[in-house]
Design a binder for this molecule. Structure first.
Ligand code: C2O
Ligand code: CU
Ligand code: CU
Length: 537
């Protein structure tokens, strides 16, 4: 049987030929040609041909909260249909998105520790999908292992596909004949079970289909999952309408309203990958918050809690509130911090979350406060605007003590490992790899023992790489031999790495045994194989 790796190399060779230009596929001493990087993000900007709206003219909105279809003593049951839909993003035109419930972002799931959540996903899209709850401590068969496809109606099952000889070897992308999965392939519908025995945190769910995560998230397959617990609810932080998720993404719009993505195969059915110019990442020139370009939010002069998520494929942001207050960080990816931290600016890489309180009580009616991106330029330097339209009572607070986190120490680590995230060139084609190896579903890069803490050193080469590990939360021990950075506090599941940098993290493998992935959360790098498996034993 042809291994996926052999097939993969053939596929990449084909993609290098198919690309419009070959700036990255030529041979070079460091394993390829130049990498693209702009506005502090690996990648290349696709410019919109549509007329984009004037910033701060479209009304802000929050994604709908999904109601359970049923509840019993232990569990809340939800149903989500993944489907294409024409939605209004730009005024005067429609955009086709692929969305959970046909919306971008998808509906928000709200859960509480102590109750299980089961989400029945139905795939009515024309391609396979995979659902991953990012930040969830989830059983391996429900975690969205990239090969655990949820196939649409009429898509060959792996067995049928095996006997289908009408395909070239190089398009293995929907060929699961070499299937080495964790939770199995399902047809049309499946249940994802989330125990959620974990602290309150800002989680999100998104597509994780093998080789196609970048384009499928770009089309809209991402939503919030806000998880609460009793301790967090007792703190007195802003709640209800004042607990606001902000999903920041960048996108590109064509004249017809569509959101183009430089796929080699725009149907996303066969060949994966992007044209050569975009191997380093796909950047848009339009910044959206909760699916709205540069929205305007009317606010009261009170405290707000914002759950900031960078759901962009490749873009990093440096956020600041122009003419506004500092951010008071109360939580990180994994939940609350011990104590609030104040930031003038917030560096946020792909998939990271910052749970912040913004205190607008010193502001007057009429004040305008702009959330800007100091890494951006020419429109990408703007994110959204707040305008104070009213005063209201506010009995919220930000206590000095938020939680009581265990502090891991280097002495806790029983194993040390190093993973280098870098570009590799093989036979004149380029891949993003972990320790030189492209991802395959069936190789295991580490076998941590359940309950153990390990020290991992993650190195980034060629460009920056946001590192993410499934299941296992971590604490940052240091960077480049120094102390942790300003944005490394608390429990993390994703951490930013600049080009040439390394970070030491203490990871605790707990909750479940089985196979999971860790990867770069630049989604183009991820699709281009910058991922590896580990097995908790
Ligand atoms: Cu945001 Cu592998 O995940
Ligand atoms: Cu994840
Ligand atoms: Cu990367």
């Amino acid at each position: 049987m042809i291994t996926r790796r052999t097939v993969l190399k053939a596929g990449l060779a084909a993609s290098a030929v198919a690309g419009a230009s070959s700036t990255l596929s030529g041979c070079g001493l460091d394993g390829g040609g130049p990498v693209n990087s702009t506005e502090s993000s690996a990648g290349r900007i696709q410019n919109s041909t549509a007329t984009l709206p004037q910033p701060f003219t479209l009304p802000f909105r929050v994604p709908d909260v999904l109601a359970p279809v049923r509840q019993d003593a232990t569990t809340d049951y939800y149903e989500i249909t993944q489907r294409a839909a024409d939605v209004t993003i730009l005024p005067d035109t429609t955009t086709q998105v692929w969305g959970y419930e046909g919306t971008f972002p998808g509906p928000t799931i709200v859960s509480r520790r102590g109750r299980r959540v089961i989400v029945r996903h139905r795939n009515e899209l024309p391609v396979p999908t995979v659902v991953h709850l990012h930040g969830g401590v989830t059983a391996p068969e429900h975690d969205g292992f990239p090969a655990d496809l949820l196939l649409p109606e009429g898509w060959d099952s792996p067995e049928e596909h095996n006997s289908d000889s009408g395909h070239n070897n190089h398009d293995d992308d929907h060929d699961t004949s070499g299937y080495a999965g964790v939770g199995g392939v399902a047809q049309v519908q499946r249940d994802y079970v989330y125990e959620l025995d974990q602290p309150a945190a800002t989680l999100w769910y998104h597509d994780h289909r093998m080789d196609f995560t970048g384009p499928q998230v770009w089309r809209g397959l991402a939503g919030f999952h806000l998880h609460h617990d009793d301790e967090e609810q007792a703190l007195g932080l802003p709640t209800g309408e004042r607990d606001v998720p902000l999903m920041i993404t960048d996108r590109t719009f064509a004249k017809d309203g569509s959101m183009p993505y430089p796929s080699l195969d725009p149907t996303l059915r066969e060949q994966h990958g992007v044209t050569d110019d975009f191997h380093s990442g796909v950047l848009g020139d339009c910044i959206l918050v909760n699916g709205v370009p540069w929205p305007l939010m009317e606010v009261a002069a009170v405290r707000y809690r914002f759950r900031i998520l960078n759901a962009s494929n490749a873009r990093r942001y440096r956020l600041r509130l122009e003419d506004g207050p500092d951010f008071i960080q109360v939580g990180s990816d994994g939940g609350l911090l011990n104590a609030p931290l104040t930031h003038k600016e917030l560096d946020i890489s792909q998939a990271e979350r910052f749970d912040v309180v913004v205190d607008l009580s010193e502001h007057s009616v009429g004040d305008e406060i702009t959330l800007v991106n100091d890494h951006g330029d020419d429109g990408t330097d703007l994110v959204m605007r707040f305008v104070v339209t009213r005063t209201e009572n506010d009995d919220s607070s930000v206590p000095d003590r938020l939680a009581d986190l265990e502090q891991l120490s280097e002495d806790d680590a029983v194993v040390e490992r190093e993973f280098v995230f870098e570009r590799t060139s093989e036979d004149g084609t380029m891949m993003w790899t972990v320790n030189g190896e492209p991802w395959t579903p069936d190789s295991i890069a580490a076998r941590p023992v359940h309950g153990a803490v390990e020290k991992w050193r993650i190195r980034a080469q060629n460009v920056e790489h946001p590192f993410h590990v499934h299941l296992a939360p971590f604490q940052v021990l240091g960077r480049d031999g120094n102390n942790p950075g300003d944005f490394d506090s608390g429990w993390k599941d994703t951490v930013n790495l600049d080009n040439g940098a390394y970070v030491d993290i203490l990871v605790r493998f707990e909750g479940f045994r089985g196979v999971y992935v860790f990867h770069c959360h630049n989604l183009e790098h991820e699709d281009m194989m910058m991922m590896a498996n580990f097995e908790v034993v």
